[in-house]
Design a protein around this ligand. Structure first.
Ligand code: SAM
Ligand code: SF4
Length: 323
């Protein structure tokens, strides 16, 4: 089992398969990906080796992320490969949703267990202002398709933004009234590239929490393996609401995740100053050296990020490592 010196156990791998993206979310990649974003992407055999090594040390869940993972033409093979590794129980994806309608059935057939879809506004005009994309109706149909297929744990993520969606809580509540999805607001995080935008648009999730509690929502008790989101349920709603508040105290206390970038680098934290190149360990099927390396480097994992002190580490934008 992979553990660090603070006794945190790591059972969840977030694997980025590309830095590139076709959206231009104004808090993430306002000018689009740079021209090197598709260079040196982790290959299918390397993915199999990295997931195998993590699975042998206790990883049970893999989230495929990016950039936009659906830009990978071999995404179904990536899903199938991750799912076939002994010990991996769940393979899930975080996507902007632009390929959901077209490819969801192929991904399910390959073994996909669930999806997180990023939708920062339910208003098509606001959605387009934030992302530069006009396909919101298709993305929403894709989510309904997933529900019709019986997919469990479908989540919608929305970054809370003062100038754009901070007043859209009623629309999102309406969205989950009859849909069994979890709608989560993520507090905007400062990265190397978005300092001015962050200062203008960051809103604390606390105000949303207060509105939910006042509206009869109750906070649910988290299981030990749950992620960092606080979740809320309401007897009149089919779906749930959630909040991810990285600036709250103790956010890192139950961290259970590690990240590998599309260039084969281990990031021990979203906002780590340094990453650790794993590529040399991914060139043959012997996982013992990589496992030893993971145990060694994890002892250096910091107790917490230092975002409160505006320390964003080497992270220019979250497309680098998949959020
Ligand atoms: N392209 C996919 C998507 O948008 O879902 C996967 C990658 S994206 C980097 C993963 C998540 O990170 C998305 O939900 C996105 O909204 C979120 N994200 C990106 N930049 C962020 C920031 N600065 N603060 C908070 N969340 C951010
Ligand atoms: Fe692309 Fe996701 Fe970043 Fe938006 S948040 S630009 S969809 S990687």
């Amino acid at each position: 089992m992979l553990t660090d010196k603070y006794a945190r156990r790591f059972t969840y791998l977030r694997l980025s398969v590309t830095e590139s993206c076709n959206f231009r979310c104004n808090y993430c990649l306002p000018n689009g990906p740079d021209c090197t974003s598709r260079k040196n992407e982790i290959t299918l055999p390397e993915i199999k080796r990295v997931v195998t090594a993590f699975a042998k040390t206790g990883t049970k869940k893999v989230r495929i992320t990016g950039g936009e993972p659906a830009l990978r033409k071999d995404l179904a093979d990536i899903i199938r490969t991750c799912k076939s590794v002994p010990g991996i129980e769940q393979v899930v994806i975080t996507t902007n949703g632009y390929r959901l309608e077209r490819d969801l059935d192929t991904w399910i057939e390959a073994g996909l267990d669930s999806i997180n879809v990023s939708i920062d506004s339910l208003n098509p005009g606001t959605f387009q202002m934030i992302t530069g994309d006009s396909r919101l109706p298709s993305i929403l149909r894709g989510i309904d398709m997933a529900l019709e297929r019986g997919m469990q744990n479908v989540k919608v993520n929305s970054v809370l933004l003062r100038d754009y969606n901070a007043s859209e809580l009623p629309e999102f509540l309406q969205y989950v009234r009859d849909r069994g999805v979890t709608m989560r607001f993520i507090e905007l995080m400062q990265t190397g590239d978005n300092r001015a935008y962050y200062k203008r648009n960051h809103v604390s999730g606390q105000s949303v929490k207060e509105k939910l509690l006042a509206g009869g929502w109750s906070q649910t008790i988290k299981s030990i393996t749950a992620g960092p989101a606080q979740e809320f349920s309401h007897p009149d709603y089919a779906g749930r609401m959630g909040l991810i508040m990285p600036y709250s105290t103790d956010f890192c206390a139950d961290c259970n995740r590690l990240r590998v970038s599309s260039r084969g680098q281990l990031f021990m934290c979203l906002f780590a100053e340094q990453h650790n190149d794993l590529r040399q360990y991914l060139q043959n099927d012997d996982s013992a050296p990589l496992i030893q390396h993971l145990h060694d480097v994890l002892q250096g994992k910091a107790e917490s990020h230092y975002l409160h002190e505006e320390f964003t580490g080497a992270t220019r934008h979250l497309a680098m490592i998949g959020g």
